[in-house]
Design a protein around this ligand. Structure first.
Ligand SMILES: Cc1ncc(COP(=O)(O)O)c(C=O)c1O
Length: 435
């Protein structure tokens, strides 16, 4: 079966009747396992699903996920089928599987599947959006000084390529004392008539601060009321460090783009991510990398662009490490099964315990706010007069894996997650006291 034949058939069902039996049998293996082996809120059972070593306490798992059993098994299932017969396996699934993955993503994050593009990482999503946004000469992008390298460079590279203007604003000086009013008023004061895009990061991996995205969106909506539609400010969020923690439907945040890797808090396959865009957001963004969606058939002359869901069109094409991308639904299903509200409650509980404990330790300066409304899954701090990397090394020697923030001003960082428990937090705090 060649691509053209498949593309010109209206559905896979039609195509599958032409396939020999072995291919049809393999096709079943692309579907996810119906029963997952963990109940809502059962954290000890969840921990058992990971191959993570018990030799360490892992407080930096958000950097890059360890694959939980259902995800690892799905990857293996796809990998095997590709190894046995790559051409048939791909032809069998490529027409429908990315749409199915986007639909599962929508079940977890909100929105409609066709509004979701699949990426390989947060960085790829940020680069695609910030490269593809349509701007006119003189338009400006306003970002913050708290954003990650991936946002900074996506915008800097865009500016170098097109001459787009980028400006930065500080939303707070002392992260531990940040407030909703301070963030919203500083951002509002920095917006001028040329500002057409506001780019922020939901949870700052530099300080642990969680921005009040909804309050920012409400402020921007007020400003947009006073502008012509063509001059509306688009609101873009790097959501990676709230995604897989906070119990929200991203469409209620009020942003136009929500960009996140799924290989961090969500425990998705390494090398996966998503972009959700509002209809208004996608209408202002052009694809940068050709998709291997039905847009290919537009090129062949068999379809028109309006027949292609925008998320599919914005999903970068070329062949990928499909065994990873196609195993993403298992991660969403696992989180849905655990319960989004349970996940949020548990991660905040462990982070609050960590912050309360750190407050009691002489020599600790806590930089992450105590309030759960202004923080999420990471706790940033200074210890005595030690460099952050020295705290990381000293803790590693005690069997505890933490990280330092990869920013010019670097802090030590604990990131308690679903694979940790209360006892591990107490052990960690006790170990820090002896550093
Ligand atoms: C706020 C933020 N955005 C983006 C990234 C890059 O994520 P990815 O590895 O998914 O590209 C990171 C890295 O951890 C980050 O902290």
């Amino acid at each position: 079966m060649q691509r053209r034949e498949f593309l010109t058939k209206s559905s896979l069902v039609l195509g599958s009747s032409l396939l020999p039996l072995p291919v049809l049998l393999q096709a079943k293996s692309a579907q996810s396992a119906a029963v997952l082996p963990v109940k809502a809120g059962d954290w000890p059972a969840l921990r058992q699903l990971f191959a993570l070593s018990y030799d360490y306490i892992h407080l930096a798992t958000f950097l890059l996920a360890s694959h939980p059993k259902p995800v690892a098994e799905a990857i293996e299932r796809h990998r095997h089928a590709f190894d046995v017969n790559p051409a048939d396996y791909w032809h069998q699934h490529f027409m429908t599987i990315e749409g199915d993955i986007a639909n599962t993503a929508a079940q977890y994050m909100g929105g409609r599947g066709e509004q979701i593009a699949l990426t390989d990482s947060t960085t790829m999503g940020l680069a695609m959006v910030y490269s593809g946004l349509q701007l006119r000469p003189g338009d400006e992008i306003l970002q913050t000084v708290h954003d990650h390298y991936s946002t900074d460079l996506s915008l800097q590279l865009r500016a170098e390529r097109t001459g787009a203007k980028v400006r930065q604003v500080a939303l707070y000086d002392k992260p531990a004392e940040v407030s909703v009013d301070q963030v919203v008023s500083r951002l509002k004061a920095a917006i001028n008539a040329a500002t057409k895009v506001v780019a922020v990061t939901w949870v700052h991996s530099s300080t642990g601060v969680k921005l009040p995205v909804r309050a920012i969106a409400d402020m921007l909506a007020e400003l947009n009321k006073q502008r012509d539609e063509a001059d509306h400010i688009l609101f873009c969020v790097d959501g990676v460090h709230g995604f897989g923690i906070e119990d929200v439907d991203v469409t209620t945040l009020g942003c136009d783009f929500f960009i996140a890797g799924t290989h961090k808090w969500l425990f998705g396959p390494r090398g996966t991510g998503v972009i959700w865009g509002s209809d208004k957001g996608w209408a202002s963004c052009k694809a940068v990398i050709p998709s291997f969606s039905r847009s290919y058939d537009v090129w062949l002359g068999g379809s028109t662009q309006d027949q292609v869901p925008v998320g599919a069109h914005m999903t970068p094409g070329g062949f990928h490490s499909f065994e990873h991308r196609w195993a993403l639904p298992e991660a969403f299903q696992l989180h849905l099964q655990l319960g989004k509200a349970n996940v949020q409650q548990r991660i905040h509980q462990l982070n609050s315990q960590t912050k309360q404990g750190l407050q009691q330790i002489k020599g600790v300066t806590l930089h992450t706010p105590m309030a759960p409304e202004l923080s999420s899954g990471m706790v940033c701090f200074d210890y005595k007069d030690m460099a952050a990397d020295d705290v990381v090394k000293a803790m590693h020697a005690k069997g505890i894996i933490i990280s330092s923030t990869p920013y010019r001003q670097s802090y030590a960082r604990f990131a308690p997650s679903l694979i940790n428990n209360e006892q591990e937090i107490e052990q960690t705090l006790a170990a820090l006291r002896t550093v």
